[in-house]
Every structure is written in C-alpha cells, then in structure tokens.
Design a protein around this ligand. Structure first.
Ligand code: FBP
Length: 341
C-alpha cells in the first residue's frame, strides 16, 4: 500500500497530539548533557532517548511523531529492539533531521546557510527504508542591526524548498523550519521586529516552495512564534498569541495541514501557554501544535540526571509536559494543572 503524503501530514498534526523533537545534533546534545554533568557517548545518548521513547502513555496519547538524528534512527535499545520499532509500537511516526547544520554564509558576515543538499536524494531513500516518513530541515535567521539581509533570507528559503521537493519525491513529508532566532545575539529586538522579519521570511519561503512545485498539502511548517528577543522585555501571552496568529494568517496558505512550533528558548510553561492561548482564542485554517525540543525535554532530562534509577522519574516528567502541550494543542491547558502536578 502506498502511503500518501497528505495522510502522513494529517496524522502528524492529529487532534491533541504533537511532535517530539529529539534530533539534537552531537554538539547540541552535548550542551544539554553538560547541564546535568553527563558525558555524551553513544550509549548515554541511546539510554536517554530510549527512556523518552519508552514513556508509553505519553508516546501513545500525545506524541504523533518523533524527529530523530542520523545516529538514533540506526540505534537499538539496550534489549536489542530498534528504537524506531519502539516508536512505531506506540503508534507514533519516526522522522529524521536531514540538514547538516547552519554554516557561515560566504559574503554575508553574521549570517548562515543550512547545508546538506548534496546527496540528499540518496540519503532520503535510505531513511525511508529505515522507517522515516517525515523529515526536517532548519534554516536559521538572526535578527540584529541590519540583519537579516535579503540574500540570506532568499538563499535559506531556496534551500528549504529544494529539500522539501526532494522529500516529497521520496515519499517523505518535509517539515519546513525557517527559525527566526529569539536567542541570537544581541537578542534585544522587539516583538514587532520579530513580526516584521518572520512575515518576510515566511512570504519568501512560500514563494520558493511554490516555484519548487512543493505540494502544500503534504508538508508541515515549523516556525518560531512571534515573540520578543530573549534579552528584551516580555510581551504578554495574549500579545504573543495575537501577533503570531496574525503573522501566520497573512503568510501561510490554508492548504498547509498543520503548523508545529519550535520552542526556541522559551521556558516550558511559556511555550505551553502561548500555544494554548492561540488555539483557545482563534479560528484558524490549519492545525496548530508543537514540535518542541527543549520545552518538552528539559524537565525530563533534569529528573533523569543520567541515572538508571531515575528512569521512571524522567518518564513522569516527560509525560507531564507532553500532556500539558497536548492540552495546549486544543486550547485546553490551564495554569492550575501545572500546580496540581
Ligand atoms: O542540533 P541542531 O541541529 O542545532 O537542532 C536544534 C534543535 O532545534 C529544533 O529544531 C527546535 O528545538 P527547540 O524546540 O528546542 O527550539 C529541534 O528540532 C532541534 O533538535
């Protein structure tokens, strides 16, 4: 039976479910493990991710898909079961990060271009065999005086579009992630500047997707929220929700089935509150859910602390955050639920 891209995309944003971004590259996972004083080794990375994927209740009820890293999609659990089989057994879909990271963009000081297009067709064919049914590529846009430039916005959008077209050719749903950083340097930009840049970036990305003949029904968008820079004042939850929804409505075609936000350095509860406020207050043509890395994992990582005896505590922390975000995906999260837990 052939799997239709449209059906995979719809399943990825099923009601009250969202994506777990567990695709930290080696450098990023090392940074995360440093916070709990744990060495990043092939085994510790496996143990950590196995703990998350074996959180049965959370995976079955709240997580529609998991974004994996190249190492993880090939890894097996301590008992020899493939990690992808654990994910599938929970009714969740394995996905894969296929970009090779953001590298300095020649001629554009302070800006980056995401690499990884060379050989991508062949890699996608292999990932499909390994069980991946969706992929992810992240373009990174920084805000500072005079940045971003048109050159960087355009080149990142073109790379995202070429990646997305290759994914669809391979029967893989592309998650298109153009991230306007909130925690870049200096990070003191206002929410209105974030709005302006995000709108520009999304308009450019959808123009490039159109030129590349990407089928919008078979993709998911992973954007940043419209939010103040990390070192600026903090807008209210209502303001973030209103500006984010307005920006998305003016840039994202209604045929896109779903939008799954990145958390980008927001605290766990902020990321949940913002998502819930959008879903509670606005009518939208697409599903709005989460594809969080840090905001889904930070509490679990801390509770686990790299110790086998803390696996159950880590899983409880993960299940709680997954449930809170699943509620937010339908607008039903309340602050009291955090306190009660
Ligand atoms: O290691 P990388 O490639 O820099 O990716 C960083 C992370 O950014 C994300 O795109 C979003 O994560 P956050 O929700 O933590 O911002 C994840 O999918 C990914 O793991």
């Amino acid at each position: 039976m052939t799997e239709r891209l449209e059906d995979i995309a719809i399943a990825m944003v099923a009601d009250g479910k969202g994506l777990l971004a567990a695709d930290e590259s080696s450098g990023t996972i090392k940074k995360r493990f440093d916070t709990i004083g744990l060495d990043s080794t092939e085994e510790s990375r496996r143990d950590y991710r196995e703990m998350l994927f074996r959180s049965e209740e959370a995976m079955k009820s709240y997580i529609s898909g998991v974004i994996l890293y190249d190492e993880t999609i090939r890894q097996s659990a301590a008992d020899g079961t493939k990690l992808t089989d654990i994910i599938k057994a929970a009714g969740s879909i394995p996905g894969i990060k296929v970009d090779a990271g953001a590298k300095p963009l020649a001629g554009f000081p302070g800006e980056t271009i995401t690499e990884g297009l060379d050989g991508l067709r062949e890699r996608l064919a292999e990932y499909h065999k390994l069980g991946a049914r969706f992929a992810k590529w992240r373009g990174v846009i920084s805000i500072s005086d005079g940045l971003p430039t048109w050159g960087a916005v355009k080149q990142n959008a073109q790379a995202l579009a070429r990646y997305a077209a290759l994914c669809q050719e391979a029967g893989i749903v592309p998650i298109v992630e153009p991230e306007v950083l909130m925690d870049g340097k200096p990070g003191d930009h206002s929410i209105d500047r974030c709005y302006e840049v995000t709108e520009w970036v999304l308009k450019t990305v959808f123009a490039e997707l159109y030129d590349a003949r990407v089928v919008l029904e078979g993709m998911i968008l992973k954007p940043n929220m419209v939010i103040d820079g990390k070192n600026a004042r903090k807008a209210s939850v209502e303001e973030v929700a209103e500006k984010t929804v307005r920006c998305l409505k003016s840039t994202v075609p209604a045929t896109v089935p779903g939008i799954a936000f990145l958390s980008g350095g927001q605290s766990d509860e902020e990321a949940t509150a913002h998502l819930s406020a959008m879903n509670a207050a606005y009518q939208m043509p697409w599903k709005l859910t989460f594809s969080y890395g840090r905001a889904l994992q930070a509490a679990a990582l801390k509770a686990w602390g790299g110790k086998p005896e803390n696996v159950a505590a880590g899983q409880r922390a993960f299940a709680h955050r997954a449930r809170m975000n699943a509620l937010a995906a339908t607008g039903g999260w309340k602050e009291d639920l955090e306190k009660a837990a």
